[in-house]
Design a binder for this molecule. Structure first.
Ligand code: GTP
Ligand code: MG
Length: 208
């Protein structure tokens, strides 16, 4: 997709602050520091659309962006911060689950996985959760510039072995590798979401 307009719409730290849905949305999920904000910037060709940082957990709430007034991108707050209090982790869970379970315009979730670490318990749990909620998802390896081709191929094979996500795309926000492939994958997910809606396929999702 050629991005002629990319704008920040809103940040939501509580369910009540989530903006009204009007565009089909792709949510970007993954642990802190995996490269969610960097990938959004790379996908949109805007260096500073989403704030990135050296400090894990910098994106605290959900951040909503609109592209070409056609597609919404949502930067979900990173999970897996060991240093946070239980209260804060519970608040994260409530907020993210509320969004995932009630967002009628959610087309799919990209589950970002650091190419060096692969899918650990949290990533597999998220894939399982999305599968149970009938929310389409794909694996997106980040920081693929840090791995050799053979290592990356092994990671992709490993991801293909987990149930749930439909595909795995290797990307690098640093070099731009895989970004065109990811766009193609996003277009396919959007097209599939439209077809599902038209055919009225029951997804088992709670609709708000
Ligand atoms: P939180 O908002 O804290 O959850 O983090 P995030 O997932 O949004 O990560 P962010 O995009 O802020 O990136 C974290 C760090 O990883 C930054 O220092 C980025 O420069 C670095 N980074 C992100 N993507 C890549 C990549 O493709 N390659 C390399 N080498 N570094 C990357
Ligand atoms: Mg971020």
């Amino acid at each position: 997709m050629k991005i002629s307009a990319a704008e920040f719409i809103a940040a939501a730290a509580t369910p009540g602050e989530i903006p009204r849905a009007h565009l089909p949305e792709i949510a970007v999920a993954g642990r802190s520091n995996v490269g969610k904000s960097s990938l959004i910037n790379r996908l949109t060709g805007r260096r500073k659309l989403a704030r990135t940082s050296q400090t894990p957990g910098c994106t605290r709430g959900l951040n909503f962006y609109a592209l070409n007034d056609r597609l919404g991108l949502v930067d979900l707050p990173g999970y897996g911060w060991a240093k946070r209090s239980k209260q804060e982790r519970d608040r994260w869970k409530t907020l993210v689950e509320h969004y995932l379970e009630t967002r009628t315009t959610l087309a799919a979730v990209l589950i970002l996985v650091d190419a060096r670490r692969g899918a650990e318990e949290e990533e597999q749990m998220l894939a399982g959760y999305l599968g149970a909620a009938a929310i389409p998802c794909v694996w997106v390896l980040t920081k693929s510039d840090k791995l050799k081709r053979s290592e990356l191929d092994a990671r992709i094979r490993e991801l293909a072995g987990f149930p749930g996500p439909r595909a795995a795309v290797a990307t690098s926000a640093k070099t731009g590798r895989g970004v065109d492939d990811l766009w193609r994958c996003i277009e396919d997910l959007l097209a599939a979401a439209v077809t599902t809606k038209k055919s009225g396929t029951k997804t088992g999702r709670r609709r708000a």
